[in-house]
Design a protein around this ligand. Structure first.
Ligand code: THU
Length: 124
């Protein structure tokens, strides 16, 4: 888990509508971190969540999702952030099921999980 990297990712969020900033930091086998933040749009349904931003950025930059070791996702709240259903499906397809998924909030609470636990019987 790397909270500092996830916070750095979160600092880049574009959230003029919800003001709810989320960051995701993906660690690759070679030590590279890929950041993603939520990017909102005035046509609200076009918003991209932080997890998907990070994964789409990883692919767009030519990295291999098979090299993902772990992802840390952080957002403000009383409990660690809970990824939306759409992001769970995208993570199910792109993140190795052996990778660690850390969900965190700003108070130091966190949960370690996996994509299989987040989306049992996911579509593939
Ligand atoms: N959001 C994320 O980026 N990731 C999550 O795991 C939950 C929700 C974003 C979408 C939207 O920009 C804002 O949080 C409020 O829903």
């Amino acid at each position: 888990m790397n909270i500092q990297e996830a916070l750095l990712a979160r600092s880049k969020a574009y959230t003029p509508y919800s003001k709810f900033k989320v960051g995701a930091a993906i660690l690759l086998k070679d030590g590279t971190y890929i950041h993603g933040a939520n990017v909102e749009n005035g046509s609200y349904g076009l918003t991209n969540c932080a997890e998907r931003s990070a994964l789409f950025s990883l692919i767009s930059q030519g990295y291999n999702p098979k090299d993902i070791v772990e992802i840390t996702i952080i957002g403000e709240g009383p409990k660690p952030i809970s990824p939306c259903g759409g992001c769970r499906q995208v993570m199910h397809e792109l993140i190795p099921h052996t990778a660690k998924v850390f969900l965190a909030n700003l108070n130091g609470d966190f949960k370690e999980t996996t994509v299989t636990e987040l989306l049992p019987y996911g579509f593939d």
